[in-house]
Write a protein that binds this ligand. Structure first.
Ligand SMILES: Cc1cc2nc3c(=O)[nH]c(=O)nc-3n(C[C@H](O)[C@H](O)[C@H](O)COP(=O)(O)O)c2cc1C
Length: 480
């Protein structure tokens, strides 16, 4: 199942009674965000605001990723890992790294169906400015209005496309600040242009596309791997694209498109903005997008979200990222069995990883591989447990920590490393400290003696007692 565009998705969900239509007049200033957050906390399906105060003709869609059920609806399956696994099986067993795999000729041919395809746009050129769309103000002390689920598209000098969800603070009709963090693809691409003396980077800010594309834009696809290609892989079909006059390809079915450039010589103070940590992030300097041309579909739909204390939409996106990227991460950390980026751990805050441990020191080795891999480098706390621990059961994780860890030996504190620049707890952002907890059972070389024997029932006793126990269970249900 592949959605042609956002409307196709809404129709699909509507037919199943899974869109909440809101007919009341609701203001994009604070009110839409308030309703949307309540809906996410209450596990409700997506919301379509039909009457947006002061924005006649526009609708606003929120809460698309408001629960795991909604995430499964977007992908048409509950087996997110299966999507990645079937992609990896197309690539076959041969070359070593993912990029090598993608580059090899035979595979490139097989990848054809996932490549972007040129098609005529559904949008038309329009005189609208950045303030003519119902951008949300999400929290009372936000610096202004923001695009919260728009996609910032840049083309790397290598030719690879970046589609990335970064918040965009609207300044006026023609200017907005793009909040791309230093290590993100948009910012890395900008640095490459700057090295070549180019300071006006062609950019498109796109809103309202097939939610799988929006998901791709919020996913940590390794730099160098084209995000259109990755979106095609997740959709099972290449994205229809149209080339703007600044040379940037945009999805042909987008609801609205702003074409222009990011001026690297024009940095302005961005924020404050109420972010996914549940606090306002302090102001910092980011570059300004300057609008040259706008395009919009008839009766446009604006896709937005509000972040805040977990679990909001970004938490469920994080969970989907966790499942989809697990098979890829296993290629880098072969001993990895499972991972949990718990929603209350803020996705970039705490990660729990289980490994198949076969030699001493492997717990800390895995920890360092994880910190060395893409956006997992942002994790503040990494906990590594043995493969028999269910990482999704936090009680099992606590037991593993309590029963395997000697803090002086097994807890690693690393000061002054790159961390999430939104983390208000760090004294000198983006530098902060990290803690790794090796909660695996220890080898003799690690403990200094044999690991003790774990308690286990006698097998003969188990056989004799099981029928007696079943009778007890049938008669007496648990107290709670
Ligand atoms: C709702 C939402 C808002 C986000 N806002 C930002 C942001 O303002 N800046 C940023 O660097 N990343 C932001 N992210 C995270 C990026 O989308 C994510 O790190 C993604 O992998 C970035 O894409 P890139 O790898 O193409 O840079 C946001 C994610 C979501 C879901």
């Amino acid at each position: 199942m592949t959605f042609k565009d956002l409307r196709d998705y809404i129709k699909f969900m509507d037919e199943r009674g899974k869109i909440i239509h809101i007919e009341d007049d609701v203001d994009p200033v604070l009110e839409i965000a308030e309703v949307s957050r309540r809906a996410t906390y209450a596990n409700l399906p997506p919301l379509l605001f039909e009457k947006v105060k002061n924005y006649e003709g526009w609708k606003v869609l929120t809460n698309v990723f408001g629960s795991m059920e909604s995430v499964y609806d977007v992908f048409g399956t509950r087996d997110l890992e299966g999507i990645s696994q079937s992609f990896l099986s197309i690539l076959g067993e041969l070359p070593v790294t993912l990029l090598e795999k993608v580059k090899s000729l035979g595979n490139a041919l097989r990848m054809g169906k996932f490549m972007p395809k040129s098609s005529s746009p559904k949008f038309e050129e329009s005189p609208i400015g950045l303030t003519d769309v119902p951008a949300l103000k999400t929290w009372p002390n936000d610096a202004g209005r923001y695009f919260t689920f728009s996609i910032v598209i840049t083309k790397d000098p290598s030719g690879a496309y970046n589609l990335s969800v970064y918040r965009v603070q609207v300044l006026n009709e023609r200017e907005a600040i793009v909040h791309w963090q230093a290590f993100k693809r948009g910012s890395l691409t900008a640095s490459k242009y700057k090295e070549r003396g180019v300071t006006k980077i062609p950019v498109a800010i796109v809103n309202g596309v097939d939610p799988v594309i929006a998901f791709t834009a919020s996913s940590p696809v390794p730099p160098g791997l084209d995000k259109y290609l990755f979106a095609g892989i997740l959709r099972g079909e290449g994205v229809d694209v149209h080339e703007l006059s600044n040379g940037i390809l945009v999805p042909s079915h987008a609801e609205s498109v702003f074409e222009g450039y990011v001026d690297l010589n024009d940095l302005r103070l961005e924020g404050p903005f109420g972010d996914h940590l549940g606090y306002y992030t302090p102001q910092d300097y980011y570059p300004v997008f300057k609008l040259e041309r706008s395009y919009v579909r008839k009766s446009p739909i604006f896709h937005a979200t509000s972040v805040g204390k977990p679990p909001l939409e970004d938490a469920w996106i994080g969970k989907a990222v966790e499942r989809l990227f697990l098979p890829f991460l296993k290629m880098i950390v072969p001993e990895l069995v499972d991972m949990n980026l718990p929603e209350y751990g803020l996705f970039t805050g705490i990660g729990i990883f289980s490994i198949r441990k076969s030699y001493p020191g492997q717990g800390k080795r895995a920890m360092m591989s994880i910190w060395g891999t893409g956006q997992l480098s942002l994790l503040k706390v990494v906990i590594v447990v043995d493969s028999d621990v269910n990482v999704h059961d936090l009680n099992q994780v606590l037991y593993a920590i309590a029963s395997t860890v000697d803090p002086a030996r097994d807890v690693l504190v690393i000061p002054n490393v790159l961390t999430d620049s939104l983390d208000h707890t760090t004294p000198h952002p983006p530098l902060g400290s990290k803690v790794g907890i090796d909660a695996t059972r220890k080898f003799k070389e690690e403990l200094g003696r044999e690991w003790p024997e774990e308690v286990k029932s006698d097998e003969e006793v188990v056989k004799r007692i099981t029928p007696i126990w079943e009778k007890i269970r049938a008669k007496y249900p648990p107290l709670r």
